[in-house]
Design a protein around this ligand. Structure first.
Ligand code: GPP
Ligand code: MG
Length: 288
C-alpha cells in the first residue's frame, strides 16, 4: 500500500500548503477549543437544531459558558445526524472521515459502530491532536488519523464501506475527490456529505459567500457541481436535504457568544438572502 508520509508527497500544490498552514497554525481557536473542552469531542463543523434560548437568561457570570455548551450541543447533534445517515454499519465495517479535523466526528463514529475508522487530514497538527484524543480513550487500535490527502489517500481500492465529508469538500476539486471515493468504496458503499454550497440559481458567488471563502481559504462550490461530480463517479444520491433552516438558529446564537469570530455575519447574510445552502447529501456507489 502506498503510504505517503512526507509533507511534499501529501501537499501537492501551493494552495494545499496554504490550507495546511492555516489549520496547523490555528491552534488557539477558542470557538473550537472551548466547545471541545465541554466533553472532549473537538469538532470543526457547525450546529443544527432548535436552540434552547433560555441560555440567554442566565445570570451574566454564567451566560457565556451556557451559550458555549449550547453551541457544542448543536454541533454534536449535527455529527449525530450525519452518522445516522451512514446506514447499517457493522463492527467489521471500515469507515473513512475525509478531512477529519481534530477528530470529533470519527470519535463519535467509532463509539457508535465499534468499527475501524480512519481519518485523513492535510494538517499534521490536527492529525496529532486527534490521535492523542483516540489514544487517551484507548481507541488507538481501530481509530486512526493519518497525515494524508483525501484526493489520494493511498488506502486500498474497494476497501471502505462508507465515507463522509463533514464540511471539507470546499477545499478540493469535487471530480477528483469523488473519483478517489469511488475507487475506495465497495460497490453499494455509502457516501454522506454535509456542506455549504452556493446557490447557482441566483447566479455566481455572492459577496457573503466570497467573505466565507476568504476567511477559511476555501472555494465554496455551486450546488450543481456536487451532483455533476457524483454522477461522473458512480455516486447515486438517495437523499438530499436542505439543512439551512436547521442551522440558522446556531448562527444566531453564535453571534451572542464571546467566542464569535466575525464569520457569523456573512453566514447569516448568505443563508437569509438565499445565496448559500447548508446541504446534506447521501449517496451510494452503484456500478451496474
Ligand atoms: C470550519 O469549521 C469549517 C470550514 C472551514 C468549512 C467551511 C464550511 C462551510 C459550511 C462553508 P470550524 O469549526 O473550524 O470553524 P469555526 O472556527 O468558525 O468554528
Ligand atoms: Mg467551529
Amino acid at each position: 500500500m502506498n503510504t505517503p508520509t512526507t509533507a511534499n508527497s501529501v501537499l501537492r500544490s501551493e494552495y494545499q500548503k496554504s490550507v495546511a498552514n492555516y489549520w496547523n497554525t490555528n491552534q488557539n481557536d477558542p470557538v473550537n477549543l472551548l466547545l471541545g473542552h465541554v466533553d472532549g469531542y473537538y469538532h470543526h463543523h457547525y450546529g443544527i437544531g432548535a436552540v434552547n434560548w433560555s441560555v440567554l437568561e442566565q445570570p451574566e457570570a454564567a451566560r457565556d459558558d451556557a451559550i458555549i455548551r449550547e453551541l457544542h450541543r448543536l454541533e454534536h447533534a449535527q455529527a449525530e445526524h450525519l452518522l445516522k445517515k451512514l446506514g447499517p454499519i457493522k463492527p467489521e465495517s471500515r469507515l473513512l472521515d475525509a478531512g477529519s479535523g481534530r477528530g470529533g466526528t470519527s470519535l463519535m463514529a467509532h463509539e457508535r459502530f465499534k468499527c475501524q475508522v480512519d481519518g485523513v487530514s492535510i494538517s499534521e497538527y490536527q492529525v496529532g491532536f486527534a490521535n492523542e484524543q483516540a489514544a487517551k480513550r484507548g481507541y488507538g487500535d481501530k481509530l486512526k488519523y493519518h497525515f494524508r490527502n483525501m484526493l489520494d489517500t493511498g488506502f486500498e481500492t474497494g476497501s471502505i464501506d462508507a465515507i463522509w465529508t463533514n464540511e471539507t469538500t470546499m477545499y478540493v476539486d469535487l471530480f477528483k475527490l469523488y473519483g478517489e471515493f469511488s475507487r475506495l468504496l465497495k460497490d453499494g458503499g455509502r457516501y454522506v456529505c454535509i456542506t455549504g454550497c452556493y446557490n447557482d440559481i441566483t447566479g455566481g458567488r455572492s459577496r457573503a459567500v466570497s467573505e466565507i471563502d476568504a476567511k477559511y481559504i476555501c472555494n465554496i462550490h455551486p450546488r450543481s457541481e456536487y451532483f455533476k461530480a457524483m454522477a461522473a463517479n458512480n455516486l447515486v444520491p438517495i437523499e438530499v436535504t436542505d439543512l439551512t433552516p436547521d442551522t440558522i438558529p446556531y448562527w444566531e446564537l453564535r453571534t451572542r457568544c464571546s467566542v464569535a469570530t466575525g464569520v457569523e455575519d456573512p453566514f447569516l447574510r448568505a443563508y437569509k438572502e438565499g445565496s448559500f445552502h447548508y446541504l446534506l447529501i447521501v449517496a451510494d456507489r452503484i456500478v451496474r
